[in-house]
Design a protein around this ligand. Structure first.
Ligand SMILES: [Zn+2]
Length: 361
């Protein structure tokens, strides 16, 4: 049977499978309820599973659904890890902490963002300081999300965005769109004006579970960037550090760096990696985003823009709304066995590499 069967169909099913697999693996479980509900009236939770000794000297952390709808992939990796029995490979003294659906609202509602339109992986700035500016985004905001979402408006706005890229270069274009913006609460890649629920919940989980764990490695699952089924290991913190060198040694020198410009991702503002390190000042914390490619970049971006338009100007409960939901789900979660197999094999390889590294400690 294909490992694809472990990948879920929707949030409620993902949660049920994760809880059942975790319980069968002997996990200690905690459910943290989100204040809002899902599209079927269902309660929403971030679920936390701990497998291993309470006084672990090292822990491998996996995080699903930082970007809501991308949680199909992360959830599938977490469930497969348990269902395939790989938790039995945990070295002595090393625990597994699986955080399922850190952004359950986005996951359940098939959105990349949280309930307040915040991109969780742009939300971890110091909100007490002046907000970072993104003049490129400001110039393009009305083009990225036009008032109407029709074939003609999509074509015209896409042409205008391409013209911006031709004039300012690819990096400036990517920073403008994907780098994070703090000026447009209803726009795309909005970093928020305060720490959102998922931000506070993540930091709280890290402090409660990991403060006394000396060595920590984190895999944060993402989708939508890179070649189909390829899993890029993205490190977003300064690269001139022992943590980065250790990660490279553990992972066959395959880690890419936004700092060094070796990643498909441009540098981003307010990323979660910073917060995970800061939450555990007494630990060595090694964080990577495992970013799986899906489709060509224009298709993914158009789906994200469509979803932003839908929630800003459109009707979710309409034929167009349903079509857009299908489009964004497909853009970030190819429902194909070959893709899921590639995803799983890469996830297993990376988890094993990190476990070997943590065990060396
Ligand atoms: Zn993502």
């Amino acid at each position: 049977m294909s490992v694809a069967r472990h990948f879920p169909g929707e949030y409620r099913q993902a949660r049920a499978s994760f809880l059942a697999s975790s319980a069968a693996a002997g996990a200690r479980l905690e459910a943290i309820q989100h204040p809002l509900r899902g599209p079927h009236g269902e309660q929403l939770f971030t679920d936390v599973a701990w497998i291993g000794p309470a006084d672990a000297r090292a822990a491998l952390v996996t995080i699903a659904a930082t970007h809501g709808v991308e949680g199909y992939c992360g959830s599938g990796c977490q469930i497969a890890w348990l269902e395939e029995g790989l938790h039995k490979e945990l070295p002595p003294g090393v625990a597994l902490l699986a955080i399922h659906a850190i952004n359950p609202h986005g996951y359940a509602w098939t959105r990349r963002v949280t309930e307040d339109n915040v991109d969780l992986n742009r939300n971890f700035i110091d909100h007490a300081r002046p907000l970072p500016a993104n003049p490129g985004y400001e110039a393009l905001a009305d083009t990225i999300t036009p008032r109407e979402w029709t074939e003609a408006s999509i074509a015209a706005s896409t042409r205008a965005m391409e013209a911006y890229k031709a004039k300012h270069g690819d990096l400036a274009y990517r920073v403008a769109i994907f780098g994070g913006q703090f000026c447009d609460p209803h726009g795309i890649f909005f970093g928020g004006h305060a720490p959102t629920w998922s931000n506070r919940t993540l930091v709280d989980i890290f402090r409660r579970y990991l403060s006394k764990v000396p060595r920590v490695a984190v895999v944060d699952y993402h989708t939508g960037l890179g070649p189909y089924g390829h899993g890029e290991l993205i490190y977003g913190l300064p690269a001139n550090t022992d943590n980065f060198k250790r990660l490279q040694a553990w992972l066959n020198n395959e880690v890419t760096s936004t700092d060094l410009g070796t990643s498909a991702s441009q540098p981003i503002l307010g990323m979660n990696q910073t917060a995970m390190v800061e939450a555990l000042p007494k630990s060595q914390v090694h964080v990577i985003a495992l970013e799986y490619g899906t489709w060509e970049p224009p298709a993914v971006l158009t789906a994200l823009r469509a979803d932003n338009w839908l929630h800003k100007h459109g009707e979710i409960d309409s034929a167009q709304g349903r079509a857009i939901k299908k489009e964004i789900r497909h853009a970030l979660y190819p429902d194909a066995d070959d893709w899921k197999k590639l995803v799983w094999e890469r996830a297993a390889e990376i988890n094993r590499g990190l476990l070997r590294g943590l065990a060396q400690g």
